[in-house]
Design a protein around this ligand. Structure first.
Ligand SMILES: [Zn+2]
Length: 206
């Protein structure tokens, strides 16, 4: 197993659409193991194949407590089959060293994918939990989308990127999410306990 180089924002590879994996071969398994190694060594909760220079539809996630045992999740050829609710998600990305900003995400998602042995599975993540946000973030990478494309405030995102010497927001890549923005407001009213939990989590991590 080896640690791969993580590609940073500005590299066009991150903007390409990735291809489906036709077979979870030995070579693909090695790539997945290397991606997990790379993610753990960078203290990330998720990593997508394009971030290590492979435009293939694969991502890995581990949202377990860093002080406990590891719990790697592998998603090959993922499809998001259900999504609902919306939340504010404060996110960063291993391809954007140190830069964090507020983005719009669905609160609940259901994803279908193949595991490292090529076996299909379905995973559900709810109430804006870290897994729900990570799945959407990593899934986007496979379509050449980046978290800043979902930013809630373009000017805030720009100033964060500038602070860390990263290229500015690509205005033509911004996703129009007016409906999602309205849904965030609605969801916050209806699920104060979720918002409270997210706030606490954010404070603990700062
Ligand atoms: Zn990322």
């Amino acid at each position: 197993m080896s640690i791969l180089k993580i590609i940073e924002y500005g590299n066009p590879i991150l903007r390409e659409k990735s291809k489906e994996v036709t077979k979870v071969s030995k070579k693909i398994k090695t790539l997945i193991m290397d991606m997990l190694d790379t993610m753990y060594s960078a203290n990330g909760v998720g990593l997508a194949a394009p971030q290590v220079g492979e435009n293939l539809r694969i991502f890995v996630i581990d949202v377990s407590d860093p002080s406990g045992p590891i719990n790697p999740l592998v998603f090959v050829n993922p499809k998001i089959i259900k999504k609902s609710g919306a939340i504010n998600s404060y996110e960063g990305c291993l391809s954007f060293p140190k830069a964090y900003t507020n983005v719009r995400r669905y609160a609940n998602v259901m994803v279908k994918a193949l595991d490292i042995n090529g076996r299909p599975f379905v995973k559900e993540a709810r109430d804006g939990e870290l897994l729900a946000r990570a799945i959407q973030h990593e899934f986007d990478h496979l379509d050449g989308k980046l978290f800043i494309d979902h930013c809630r405030n373009r000017f805030e995102a720009d100033s964060v990127l500038k602070k860390f010497n990263l290229p500015p927001v690509e205005v033509d890549k911004l996703i129009n999410e007016e409906d999602l923005e309205k849904e965030i407001e609605q969801y916050e009213k209806e699920h104060p306990e979720v918002i409270e939990k997210l706030k606490k989590e954010l404070e603990e991590n700062q």
